[in-house]
Ligand binder design. Structure first.
Ligand code: PMT
Length: 360
């Protein structure tokens, strides 16, 4: 596949950043993050980095083909709204074109906003539309202005989304960053984390993005589109270094870090989440199973250690190393005002984050 080296290797976070190219927009992106964090510090706000959506792995330098990770960005975009509602400032680092806070209510094909708009039927439909430029509005002074309104049934919901959106814009508490490839994600995550370290315990990380586990290093990418017609294609990919490790131990050891574990076999959720905590030593792993993720999740965290002096005979029975906390909602939600599981997840995390700050 390549003209340089064909050998796969094991990347540590350090060797990854030493060999893989920095995205050209990184410096400008980080300048924006830096200024955002300064403003939030002055306002004494907690800041959460929400990562959302899936990363891609290009198979060619002039990319035609790539591998993608499953994630629409629902978890991240919904959670960001609840953090904002609770007074947090949010850095929303998302896959380009995945769901975003507020616009998620009316974007993609699930709920297109045009379905909720109506044109006043009492006016002639073509009277004020310039037919040569059908999307431009003819401001002829004599022509009556057609009124576009929101359907009655949607008005209350739109009003509440719009008010929350406008308030966030006014307070400047939402900062957007986007990535496409796993390489862009990793460089951004490292740089944003370093910027956030000035916040100490007031920084939270909510890592809901679905990050590729394997990638092709730049040095082994084919420059041009891989040609078909030569039979099967075999690609040997390298493992993406586990980025939670340096995040917890180097980039921001004071931050409150929440990672996710996605499984398709629900029985693996708890052991895998415990394994992640054991390995990285952070604060919370949220286990979610693919098919029930909108109604049931489990929060795994290190168990609070009891004090032996408070035990009968001063003896500690063997204590579990991890706490399990299930959050569940009824899967049959009314379509008019559905409850979202993220509301309960964020409330619980904010409670824990507060305790984490106070225990400093
Ligand atoms: O967006 P939706 O459609 O609503 O879906 C949401 C979701 C199911 C994608 C989300 O809730 C979720 O589970 N996200 C994490 C999925 C994932 O990639 O899991 P993982 O096992 O690959 O990674 C576990 C954790 O390790 C992640 O928090 C990730 O940030 C971290 N990681 C992953 C890869 C890597 N190289 N380094 C990492 O640190």
């Amino acid at each position: 596949m390549s003209d340089t080296t064909n050998e796969s290797q094991t990347f540590s976070a350090e060797s990854y950043f030493a060999t893989q190219p920095q995205p050209p927009s990184l410096a400008a992106d980080i300048q924006g993050v830096h200024e955002f964090i300064q403003r939030q510090r002055q306002a004494n706000r907690c800041v959460v980095l929400v990562t959302s959506g899936g990363t891609t792995v290009p198979l060619e330098l002039n990319v035609v083909r790539f591998l993608d990770n499953f994630s629409a960005g629902t978890r991240g975009a919904t959670s960001a709204e609840y953090f904002l509602k609770a007074g947090y400032a949010v850095i929303f680092m998302h896959r380009q074109f995945s769901l975003q806070p507020f616009s998620r209510h009316y974007s993609h094909t699930t709920n297109p906003f045009l379905n909720f708009l109506e044109v006043d039927a009492s006016l002639p439909s073509s009277s004020t539309i310039d037919t040569a430029y059908p999307y431009s509005y003819d401001p002829a002074p004599t022509a009556p202005t057609p009124q576009v309104t929101v359907t009655l049934a949607e008005r209350a919901r739109l009003l509440s989304v719009l008010r929350a959106y406008k308030a966030v814009h006014e307070q400047e508490t939402l900062h957007m960053l986007s990535f496409v490839t796993v390489n862009e994600y990793l460089w951004l995550l490292r740089a944003v984390s370093r910027e956030m370290s000035v916040l100490g315990r007031k920084a939270m990380y909510y890592l809901a993005a679905a990050v590729s586990d394997f990638f092709l290093p730049q040095q082994r990418l084919s420059e041009h589109k891989i040609q078909s017609g030569k039979g099967n294609l075999s690609i040997e990919m390298d493992q993406v270094p586990k980025i939670l490790k340096p995040l917890v131990s180097e980039w921001n050891p004071e931050g409150f870090i929440v990672s996710f574990k996605l499984e398709t076999d629900e029985t693996l959720l708890v052991p895998k989440a415990q394994q992640a905590l054991e390995r990285y030593g952070h604060q919370v792993v949220i286990g979610n199973d693919l098919h029930h993720r909108k109604y049931r999740v489990v929060l795994i965290s290190p168990a609070a250690q009891e004090d032996a002096a408070n035990q009968p005979n001063g003896v500690l029975a063997s204590q579990p190393k991890y706490d399990k906390f299930w959050i569940e909602i009824d899967p049959n939600q009314p379509p008019s005002h559905p409850k979202e599981i993220e509301e309960d997840i964020i409330n619980e995390l904010i409670k824990r984050h507060k305790a984490w700050i106070e225990s400093a």
